[in-house]
Design a protein around this ligand. Structure first.
Ligand code: GLC
Length: 822
């Protein structure tokens, strides 16, 4: 790829159609066949390929949610063509199929065309190509964490999983998510979003209106075309439908939302202990320590180095007692070593990829010659899962799946610990099981993009099976559409540079709009030298990444938050303490992602699709609905411009208030990352802790920003087990009504659900509050400031524009009313 156009033969016309089951229609296209279906939520799937039958469907293997078939029935269109229509409670779509030339048009409930698929063409080797109309003024987002601008329009991209250091213009990289979210702003109409997934396991290519201004051309290298259109109209609607198909994240364990400390080069248990001790001594909030390849014995996966890590169980227990979980790296490459049980067993069970001629295949990775499991087969995934048993048993809390594009090399240079890959791997003649039909052997290349995804599936399912009381945590470098179901993604090998700090924001926004809510980049950058200033700025935004891990390469200086001097250490502490304080809010966002697929990080256009200025901004982030984060991404900058969309915004550190839409220039001394809360929001927070297992002094603080109405639900559970799925959670609905003249009413509903919470004190902080004249709880007027009211168990005081009210919370409903001074 890219392919020469001559390989492709266009499909001329529909010669016959027949109604298919599952709300669809089968089309005979002469040398090709197609099926078009409408799901109950209005998603439309178009599969097409040469030959007489559609290829086997990889949906099951990729962990797709079952297609919820509608009862749409095909009918003839006058004067020619065929149509399908469905209108139900969850969604609607109408599809019109042109017979000559063959084209598919999808309309949403309002009758607006949301996709026009045309110029279907196929090559003899199974490759398929389709074009989509792209109207002027539309923005196209998605394709995962691509480099460059967030709006992909005007560029071409290759989606083929590849191990390559991140660079400003490098493409492709580690993961491939062939999903596009289109935002259409047409004059006089409300903005509308819709999405398109080009599913399958093969590499693909997207020309996003680059060669031709008004069309997006998608090419899949094998398996023909398998495209699904997801109607909006809001970006949230698109992701809800996209993740209803590709799967959603389940609640991560709470510790995984804490700070992770990692480094390639924690060479011994002693080293790891020292890092843990320092983090606690210096009060740098940290929940997890990652062990990179150094912990293994000669880089054999599922082993521990006998001398440097002599007592893993003991080490893990000791760390656990100090509030740290341990995540170990596991690469797919299994060292070719007849004397070693894992390899021997794998050989005996024939789990490894082979060459076309049947001979064993190996490539060089850290342990030298390594065999790669054939994850397309369910029994290989199960075998891989079983290998994790001793690790889970020893207390390993999570698995980090690296090098799973898969990565490796043909030739290398070694000098002591230094390993320099010299020549890229060549998997050209490797065959693999077709995940869609595991008995079939196909070229590895044709199913390559599913490799890491299937490994993560195996790992995730193994962790859930081996320790059903704990929620799995898997981190991956590679991935495919739907990876969110099995793993968090990080962006791979970055460099410590200002441009890559800025790039990390765009890459994570790209991943977020592509359905991957749990994502992060190495805080401080992986390779290269990180200056103290860069580290401070990176930590400020990194502490707000959905996945916050400090990680670096072994050849460089150490990158723990205390390695850059006292000033930067306190900046890092403050950043991570803010994360700890935000945990209830952040957790709520992950619960939302689980329930509806909504991203944790959102681009500025997300809740303001009509605001075209917001659509062009990719150096600011919405953390959920209510927090706008404007990181400082330039060296030496001590102020920055921030775009505030319509509404009231309050800086969370000094309570300065602004009214958008407007661009403001705000101060950003090194100690400050500008963050604004939406007027009309209630942010559940708590006081800081050193790790999530510690009991916070203030377990729940409701930070109230008046200036609009808000409704939210505070979700609490044990943060560890899947018991919340059977009702072991506590849900507290909260509503805010802001009234004229600064009056407000906050209603905290009675706690629902079976998760028990001991009686505690809750604090409410109302920001930007004029001196109150009267404060009421449950219609009882509280005595003057500072004097508790025993009847309702509450007390208030006012300081510097913030009203603080504390009450005893035993789970009953409460209301707070504030009347400002006349
Ligand atoms: C890869 C990973 C990196 C890791 C290294 C050694 O480069 O991307 O995070 O530290 O391998 O395992």
């Amino acid at each position: 790829m890219p392919r020469r156009p001559s390989r492709f033969a266009p499909i001329a016309q529909v010669t016959r159609w027949t109604s298919a089951e599952r709300g669809g229609v089968d089309l005979d296209l002469g040398e090709a066949v197609a099926r078009v279906e409408i799901a109950r939520d209005g998603a439309v799937r178009v599969r097409a390929t040469t030959g007489r039958a559609l290829p086997a469907d990889p949906s099951e293997a990729l962990g797709r949610e079952p297609w919820r078939a509608s009862n749409a029935e095909a009918f003839a269109l006058e004067p020619a063509g065929v149509a399908l229509a469905f209108d139900g409670a969850d969604g609607a779509a109408r599809v019109e199929i042109d017979e000559r030339p063959f084209a598919v048009r999808v309309f949403d409930r309002s009758g607006r065309e949301i996709a026009h698929l045309l110029d279907f063409a196929f090559a003899q080797d199974g490759a398929g190509r389709v074009a989509l109309r792209a109207a002027p003024g539309e923005r196209w987002f998605g394709l995962g964490g691509k480099t460059g601008a967030l709006d992909r329009r005007g560029r071409s991209f290759v989606l083929r999983n590849r191990d390559h250091p991140v660079g400003d213009r490098v493409d492709p990289l580690y993961h491939s998510i062939p999903f596009l979210l289109r935002l259409a702003n047409s004059e006089g109409e409300a903005a509308r979003a819709d999405g398109m997934l080009l599913d399958g396991c093969a590499p693909s290519h997207f020309d996003v209106a680059a060669s031709e201004r008004l069309r997006v051309v998608a090419t899949a290298q094998a398996g023909g075309i398998d495209a699904t259109i997801f109607p909006g109209p809001s970006p949230d609607d698109v992701l809800r439908r996209y993740t209803a198909r590709t799967g959603r994240i389940t609640r991560p364990p709470l510790w995984a939302l804490g700070h992770h400390q990692s480094r390639w080069g924690y060479r011994s248990a002693r080293d790891v202990r020292r890092v843990a001790r320092e983090a606690r001594r210096r009060r740098i909030p940290t929940d997890a320590i990652h062990l990179d390849i150094d912990y293994m014995d000669a880089y054999r996966v599922f082993t521990w180095h006998p001398r440097r890590f002599p007592d893993p169980r003991g080490l893990l227990q000791e760390l656990r007692d100090a509030g740290f979980r341990v995540v170990t790296i596991i690469d797919p490459g299994v060292k070719v070593d007849e004397r070693w049980a894992v390899h021997r067993d794998g050989e005996a069970r024939d789990v490894f990829l082979r060459r076309r001629d049947g001979s064993p295949y190996s490539l060089k990775v850290w342990p030298r010659d390594s065999a790669l499991p054939d994850f397309g087969r369910p029994e290989v995934r199960a075998w891989w899962g079983t290998q994790h048993e001793p690790f889970v048993d020893a207390g390993v809390a999570g698995i980090w799946n690296d090098m799973n594009e898969p990565a490796g090399w043909k030739r290398e240079l070694r000098a002591g610990r230094l390993i320099l890959p010299l020549q890229a791997q060549d998997l050209g003649d490797v065959v693999a099981s077709d995940p869609a039909d595991p008995k079939r052997r196909v070229s590895h290349e044709s199913v390559r993009n599913a490799y890491g995804h299937l490994e993560c599936r195996a790992t995730h399912e193994a962790l859930a099976r081996l320790d059903p009381e704990r929620r799995p945590f898997v981190l991956s470098r590679s991935g495919h559409a739907g990876i969110q179901r099995y793993a968090a993604l990080w962006t791979g090998d970055t460099t410590s540079s200002w441009s890559q700090l800025a790039l990390s924001v765009r890459m994570l926004l790209g991943l977020s709009v592509s359905g991957v809510p749990f994502c992060g980049a190495d805080i401080g950058g992986f390779a290269g030298w990180c200056s103290p200033e860069l580290f401070a700025r990176w930590m400020q935004i990194g502490a707000l990444y959905p996945f916050a891990r400090t990680h670096s390469m072994w050849l460089k200086h150490r990158q723990e938050p205390w390695r850059f001097g006292k000033r930067v250490e306190s900046i890092a502490r403050a950043a991570l303490e803010l994360r700890m304080r935000l945990l209830p809010y952040l957790y709520g966002l992950f619960c939302e992602a689980e329930a509806s697929g909504a991203p944790v990080w959102r681009p500025m256009f997300w809740s303001n699709p009509d605001d075209e200025r917001a659509g062009a901004i990719d150096d600011q982030v919405m953390l959920g609905r209510d927090l706008l984060v404007a990181p400082v991404l330039e060296r030496g900058a001590r102020e920055r411009d921030v775009y505030l969309p319509a509404g009231a915004w309050t800086a969370i550190d000094d309570d300065a208030r602004y009214i958008g839409p407007r661009m403001v220039r705000v101060a950003a001394p090194l100690e400050r990352i500008p963050i604004f809360a939406r007027g009309g929001s209630v942010l559940p927070m708590r006081s800081t802790v050193r790790h999530v297992g510690e009991i916070p002094e203030e377990p729940l603080v409701l930070e109230v920003y008046p200036g609009g109405d808000a409704a939210t639900v505070v979700i609490e559970d044990d943060g560890e087990s899947p018991a919340y799925r059977v009702g072991m959670e506590a849900r507290t609905p909260v509503r805010l009504r802001s009234r004229a003249g600064g009056r407000l009413r906050l209603e905290v509903g009675g706690r629902e659900g079976e998760f028990g919470i001991d009686t505690r004190t809750v604090r409410v902080a109302v920001h930007g509050c004029p001196t109150p004249n009267s404060v009421w709880i449950d219609a009882v007027r509280l005595p003057v400031a500072g004097r508790p009211d025993d009847e309702v168990g509450a007390i208030w005081h006012w300081e510097g524009g913030v009203l603080h009210v504390r009450w005893t919370d035993a789970g009953a409903a409460r209301s707070l009313e504030v009347d400002p001074a006349p």
